[in-house]
Design a protein around this ligand. Structure first.
Ligand SMILES: [Zn+2]
Length: 445
């Protein structure tokens, strides 16, 4: 029904409805005997040129309609292309012709729009007047006098529902064999080849780099360090103290990086947010257990992974650039000589993050952040789609996806600051009293 979409997108409503009526009426005169008839391009392609021209006579005589429809000359995959070429004027300005088509397709893309409903009405009235479709008398009256009879809030949905029911006659099992299949895929392919993509730009996002927040974060690092020294009285390995302060400082350090980099509005910011969620749930779980064996398990697992990384990297013929082997060896041997340690595998607590969050009663944070941020870490399709593709808004391209570089997203900085504050609450429970919190992210300055 592209011809009808082009008319509905480019003519006044009153005028195109009038043309629809006239075309349907003339088609009935010619095709009344043909119960397979419809007004779609695939059926029209079966007509002889004289009949076709006579049916569309009112359109041919309307200069504006003719000129808008001239774009059909450019679409060679239309099954009735040759018939349109027979009477449509040459295209003078291709760009303008494609725009007329784009306008028609755009307005009909929402299948409930006024234009789409009007085109669907045309299909219905034609089947009703050639006697192919039997409808209740009230509805027939509403269709006949459309859009000036009955309550449009119910007439329009009725039209759409009835039109859905005739799809089987167009391309489904009820389609007459003499009528060719609609050429949907070839058509979209041709439109893609002949018109350009139009990327939908992302809304710009300001990354929020503020002196006030930076100052607060760096002061906080000093405050936590000071609090750490106030809690230790000797230099032995203390898995509880190192673990609790370490998790808090690591989270703070990531927040500081985010606060200073455009990363906060990019995909990599989501990776860091996901890490902070894990830091928080881990600390909340450790605080809930508050058992020296569990604190030690956390540390031994991490050191074991460091030893494993050292051993595996040592076996490589070429060490990756980012690894400092001397440092890695030192870390791997720090608590215990590597030769004397077991290397535990699996999750350090024997539980997944969700289970830990439930036991520590912090499932709220897990539910708020875990799923979507994890997609970014693991390279799931949703995150890929969100990061490197945008929608092409050329209506002739079916809203497909096209690559788009460096797309800003809403900043993660406020969420990261809130999670870091929750981590500081845990630290305060384990090592009272620690009161400083991040507050600069809350102001809208
Ligand atoms: Zn495109």
């Amino acid at each position: 029904m592209i011809w009808a979409c082009v008319l509905s997108g480019n003519l006044d409503r009153e005028r195109y409805l009038e043309l629809f009526r006239e075309v349907a009426g003339r088609a009935r005169v010619h095709l009344n005997e043909n119960k397979d008839a419809s007004l779609g391009h695939n059926f029209l392609s079966t007509l002889g040129v004289e009949v076709f021209v006579d049916i569309f006579q009112p359109v041919i005589e309307d200069e504006k309609a003719r000129s808008a429809l001239s774009v059909l000359r450019l679409i060679e995959s239309l099954p009735d292309h040759a018939l349109w070429v027979a009477f449509l004027p040459e295209v003078e300005d291709e760009q303008q012709a494609w725009s007329a088509l784009a306008k028609g397709v755009f307005l009909a893309t929402d299948h409930q729009s006024q234009q789409a409903t009007d085109v669907r009405w045309l299909k219905l009235i034609f089947l009703a007047i050639i006697g192919r479709m039997m409808l209740p008398p009230d509805f027939v009256e509403e269709l006949r006098l459309y859009p000036n009879h009955g309550d449009m809030r119910s007439v329009r949905p009725k039209i759409r529902a009835a039109e859905m029911s005739i799809r089987m006659m167009e391309s489904g099992v009820e389609k007459p064999e003499s009528v060719p299949q609609p050429v949907t895929e070839e058509l979209w392919k041709e439109l893609f080849r002949k018109t350009r993509c139009v990327p939908l730009p992302r809304e710009s996002q300001a990354h929020d780099i503020r002196d006030e927040l930076n100052l607060e974060l760096s002061n906080l690092f000093d405050d936590i360090s000071e609090h750490f020294f106030s809690q230790i009285s000797n230099t032995h390995v203390d898995a509880r103290c190192d673990g609790a302060f370490g998790l808090a400082l690591y989270s703070l350090s990531l927040t500081y990086e985010l606060a200073n980099l455009p990363t906060q509005i990019l995909a990599s910011g989501r990776l860091l947010l996901r890490t902070q969620v894990e830091l928080f749930i881990t600390l909340a779980y450790l605080r809930m257990k508050d058992d020296l064996t569990v604190w030690s398990q956390f540390r031994v697992y991490g050191s074991g992974q460091t030893a494993l990384a050292f051993l595996k990297t040592s076996d490589l013929t070429e060490v990756p650039d980012y690894v400092d082997m001397d440092k890695l060896e030192m870390l791997a041997n720090e608590d215990v000589w590597m030769e004397c340690r077991d290397i535990p595998l699996g999750a350090w607590s024997g539980k997944n993050l969700r289970k830990m969050a439930e036991e520590a009663n912090v499932k709220d944070v897990y539910d708020r952040y875990y799923d979507w941020t994890s997609g970014f870490v693991h390279g799931h399709w949703g995150a890929i789609r969100d990061t490197v593709f945008t929608t092409c808004v050329n209506p002739l391209h079916r809203l497909h996806r096209i690559p788009y570089a460096v797309q800003p997203m809403p900043s993660v900085i406020k969420d990261c600051c809130s999670i870091t504050n929750r981590i500081l609450d845990e630290l305060n429970t384990l090592y009272p009293t620690f009161k400083p919190r991040i507050s600069a992210h809350k102001s809208d300055k």
